[in-house]
Design a protein around this ligand. Structure first.
Ligand SMILES: *Cc1c(COP(=O)(O)O)cnc(C)c1O
Ligand SMILES: [Zn+2]
Length: 428
């Protein structure tokens, strides 16, 4: 597998377009990026990765060790490591890296920062992938975009498709998508199909539709999505370094299809290739899944190279209710080669972490809180040391799943329409 931590510099093959090409991570076959529509390797069906001959250094992004002022921030500041100079943008990225001192003290690590991806335009990190993916769709001249989704991908696709003036189709698992996400897809004009099956079944169908030329697929199987998402890694490293003079020891993130895990690993490898990051400085990628949907954790614990598809999955964290993470072949080496790990947490641990984050003013949906729940668990069992500097990724906004927020929070207290009665009530 050509996914080692120290990828050597490459020369662009003749099929490259402007120094960009697609390469199969399983057999190494290389393809022209925009000549025809391709999601997996034509030779062996392996996952494809976007490659560049010369990935840029941090200096080439103009950061100079400092984080620049708005409006030069966000995903497209990193255009030198993306296939185009501009995308269909809302704009996205440039999310906060919060401090959470009480949470840090209660978990017991040296530093804790929360990268809140819920602050993207549609409220989740998926926007970073869609700004690139929809731009590629325009390059390819397709007219109908589609995805399977646990909710957030559909919201992002609908919004970016609308922005780009394109038709969108989303397949959702019936009854398992949080209210805010369906509302977004609906209002942004996606055609919504509710499938009587789980997310993995939706993805099977939409892959079939894409293979038959009915739609252009924008799930994270599409390698261009991950190009946008790798900017999460650039932003974390740059900002943490600007504040603390070194990189974090570990990045903890929720895992569904494992696209983000793969994207962060790719960000690190490109920075190593560019000479901006030393292999020993790479943060340990640590994935967190819900106990009811944990095929990646199972594979990491067994030291396996591939995951076993879980046919039946269940968790309150619906965004990561996935039994067949398609990016596992990219993400498993990422976890292993960075010295990271993976852990499963219960729904109750997820809700407790959601409340903990809310207590610091950081409002996230359940799947996002899995990162903090996983950190707490790995800290308590000694896997993570008290001396570590940790960044937790929170992937989606609290308002995405209002029902979960109501269930996790306290109920409103009814009082009479009378000040004296209110004062009396408050004294109780
Ligand atoms: C999509 C999503 C995830 C899972 O991310 P992957 O890249 O598929 O592992 C986690 N949390 C939220 C809120 C999401 O929308
Ligand atoms: Zn191949």
């Amino acid at each position: 597998m050509s996914l080692s931590l120290t990828a050597p510099a490459q020369t662009a093959p003749s099929c490259a377009d402007d120094g960009v090409w697609l390469e199969c991570i399983a057999c190494g076959e290389q393809f022209a990026p925009f000549e025809e529509i391709m999601y997996t390797c034509r030779a062996c069906d392996g996952l494809l990765e976007v490659r560049y001959a010369n990935p840029p250094t941090f200096e080439e992004y103009g950061s100079d060790g400092r984080v620049p002022d708005a409006p030069d921030r966000g995903v497209w500041r990193y255009a030198a490591s993306l296939p185009f100079d501009e995308g269909v943008s809302l704009p996205e990225g440039d999310t906060p890296l919060h401090k959470a001192p009480r949470l840090r003290d209660s978990i017991g690590v040296n530093r804790l920062r929360i990268k809140h991806e819920g602050m993207n335009p549609t409220g989740a990190f998926k926007d970073r992938g869609m700004t690139v993916g929809v731009r590629v769709a325009k390059e390819l001249g397709v007219d109908r975009l589609a995805c399977a989704s646990t909710g957030n991908t559909s919201a992002a696709l609908a919004a970016y498709g609308a922005r780009g003036g394109m038709e969108t189709l989303v397949l959702l698992p019936k009854g398992k998508v949080a209210a805010g996400k369906i509302a977004q897809a609906s209002l942004h004009n996606a055609r919504i199909l509710e499938v009587d099956g789980n997310f993995d079944a939706c993805l099977d169908i939409v892959q079939e539709l894409a293979a038959r030329g009915e739609v252009y697929l924008l799930n994270s199987l599409n390698p261009f999505r991950l190009e946008g998402q790798k900017t999460i890694g650039f932003e974390i490293l740059e900002e943490f370094h600007a504040d603390h003079g070194h990189y974090p020891d570990r990045i903890v993130l929720p895992v569904g299809n494992a696209g983000n895990t793969a994207a962060l690993y790719k960000a690190f490898r490109e920075l190593i290739q560019a000479g901006s990051l030393a292999p020993e400085e790479v943060p340990k990628l640590t994935g967190v899944q819900a106990e009811g949907a944990a095929p990646m954790v199972e594979a990491v614990e067994n030291g396996a190279d591939a995951i076993r598809r879980w046919e039946s999955v269940e968790t309150r964290a619906t965004a990561i209710r996935i039994g067949n993470p398609v990016n596992a072949p990219k993400a498993l080496p990422g976890i292993r080669n960075t010295g990271g790990t993976a852990v499963a947490v219960s729904d109750d641990e997820i809700t407790a972490a959601q409340r903990d984050l809310a207590g610091e003013g950081i409002g996230v949906e359940p799947a996002s809180a899995a990162s903090v729940a996983g950190l707490r668990k790995l800290r308590s069992n000694g896997t993570i040391g008290a001396d570590e500097d940790v960044v937790c990724l929170t992937t989606g906004h609290l308002l995405k799943d209002p029902d979960a927020a109501f269930a996790a929070g306290d109920d409103p207290e009814p009082v009479p329409n009378d000040t004296e009665a209110v004062i009396e009530h408050l004294a109780e």
